[in-house]
Write a protein that binds this ligand. Structure first.
Ligand SMILES: O=C(O)C(=O)CO
Length: 271
């Protein structure tokens, strides 16, 4: 049976952020993920989780910035991570440390590390060694704190020139890093846009034990999973058959109201 986590950055956008916890719980979710906690006090967020019987299963390290205020505002200014970016290592480290402090208070087991936009004139290949070095450092910090850090292939239509786009590239990085605390976040929406053949990719990568989190959305509009070109009921059966027991983050933009669009989930849980 799939375990679905509400993504509070994309879902429940009709409500102020702090009210989305209660809305997700009312709709029957027991777990949440969201992009960034840094604009809020960690204890306030922990109280929202506790008060609504929710667990936090994922959030992102800051996409950039050296102070908490900069980290909180960096995404809206276009920052998309620093794990693979030259000259940004101290910012990367400060971000991982801030994320681990939030993870402690939120009791969150995993953190997504965004790798960044390849600078103009730079070849993607030339950034791999730096990314591996940064992931090894972050993996050691995460392991000390009892957490995992994840990398996620993201499609170039949504994030032009983003460093990491393909599942095989993510697994090549993990081959080089060789640390159990560094894993992959596999978003089937991005995977379909970049690579297709999603069922084959699930069969290839879920048995490796390196995929620590899945995410879903309809393709191409990133609406509910029952809209668009992917056959999610088939994929949910396959994910179950492959023995995946982790969370599936619902990282989609509801087409017409979050609660009204949850029929796909209710059908999946009843199947
Ligand atoms: O855009 C996405 O899919 C993300 O998860 C960004 O963190």
């Amino acid at each position: 049976m799939p375990r679905f986590a509400a993504n509070l950055s994309l879902m429940y956008n009709e409500l102020p952020f702090l009210d989305r916890f209660a809305a997700a719980a009312r709709d029957g979710f027991t777990a949440v993920e969201y992009l960034f906690p840094y604009a809020f006090d960690a204890h306030e967020l922990a109280a929202r989780l506790r008060g609504n019987g929710l667990q936090q299963v994922l959030f992102n390290a800051p996409p950039g910035g050296s102070t908490l205020a900069d980290m909180a505002g960096a995404w809206d200014k276009g920052a998309r991570g620093t794990a693979a970016l030259p000259g940004r290592q101290s910012e990367f480290m400060a971000g991982v440390q801030a994320a681990l402090r939030y993870a402690e208070v939120l009791d969150c087991p995993r953190i997504h590390l965004l790798s960044g936009i390849v600078p103009p004139g730079v070849e993607r290949e030339s950034l791999k060694d730096l990314c591996v070095e940064n992931l090894r450092w972050a993996g050691a910090e995460a392991a000390r704190a009892g957490r995992e850090v994840l990398i996620e292939p993201i499609n170039l239509r949504d994030m032009p020139r983003y460093f990491l786009n393909r599942q095989d590239h993510a697994h090549e990085l993990l081959d080089a890093v060789q640390m159990p605390s560094v894993k992959v976040q596999m978003d089937l929406y991005h995977c379909q846009i970049v690579e297709g053949d999603v069922a084959t990719k699930l069969r290839q990568y879920l048995p490796t034990g390196r995929v620590a989190h899945l995410q879903i959305a309809g393709v191409p509009e990133r609406h509910e999973p029952d809209r668009g070109e992917l056959n999610y009921p088939y994929l949910f059966d396959l994910i179950d058959a492959l023995g995946y027991s982790g969370w599936i983050g619902c990282e989609y933009r509801p087409a017409a109201g979050t609660s009204q669009g949850l029929g796909w989930r209710d059908r999946a849980l009843a199947a």
